[in-house]
Design a protein around this ligand. Structure first.
Ligand SMILES: CC(C)(COP(=O)(O)OP(=O)(O)OC[C@H]1O[C@@H](n2cnc3c(N)ncnc32)[C@H](O)[C@@H]1OP(=O)(O)O)[C@@H](O)C(=O)NCCC(=O)NCCS
Length: 163
């Protein structure tokens, strides 16, 4: 994160652990970032699993106008990012970085050794965020994502060493 970007950070959001009450809001946020929408119920089912946890960027005292969220799963000492989305209005203000930071702090507390994720090869913003955090590509799944255009793009599998 560059010094200049620190001054763009929105201070109005606080990053808090996600609960069942946040799933509808998370579903709306997810719809701003992906064409395959995750319903409130799907997110409820995920967050109800013991291994799954998440964080959401809330405005204190203003429920229902969150800035972004992240969901992750930890099994044994290996974790994966399930999804992350920041509302377009608040992108490039440091929220994605802060959400990922909350995940990393939680995983280190839990003794996790590595964190994996999959990202579309064409998703420059997400790849730049992950590289900035220290993730590196460990594999590629060819023709993994279907684009609206009918084209298929590869998924990059990225890993961050937490040990
Ligand atoms: C990917 C995403 C979560 C990033 O969130 P964000 O809040 O905009 O990211 P941040 O403001 O915290 O940016 C952190 C770093 O990521 C990189 N980055 C973020 N957006 C970028 C962009 N549009 N272009 C290039 N780099 C970008 C930069 O390195 C940035 O650091 P800098 O500000 O010092 O340059 C957001 O773009 C998003 O929700 N996209 C749609 C959903 C999605 O693609 N999720 C990921 C699926 S794998």
């Amino acid at each position: 994160m560059t010094k200049s970007s620190l001054f763009r950070w929105t201070t109005e959001f606080e990053i808090v652990p996600m609960g069942a009450d946040d799933c509808a809001e998370a579903s709306s946020l997810h719809a701003t970032g992906f064409s395959r929408i995750w319903s409130d119920g799907e997110i409820q089912a995920l967050i109800g699993q013991d291994a799954v946890f998440g964080f959401i960027a809330h405005r204190p005292g203003k429920r229902g106008r969150s800035g972004g969220f992240v969901l992750a799963r930890l099994a044994a000492d290996e974790a994966e990012i399930l999804t992350i989305a920041v509302h377009p209005k608040y992108r490039e203000t440091g929220l994605g970085w802060r959400l990922m930071g909350a995940v990393l702090r939680h995983l280190r507390t839990e003794g996790a050794q590595s964190l994996f994720l999959e990202v579309d090869e064409g998703n420059e913003a997400a790849i730049a965020l992950y590289q900035k955090i220290g993730f590196s590509k460990v594999a590629e799944r060819a023709a993994y994502y279907d684009q609206d255009s009918g084209a298929k793009t590869a998924a990059l599998v990225m890993r961050l060493d937490l040990g």
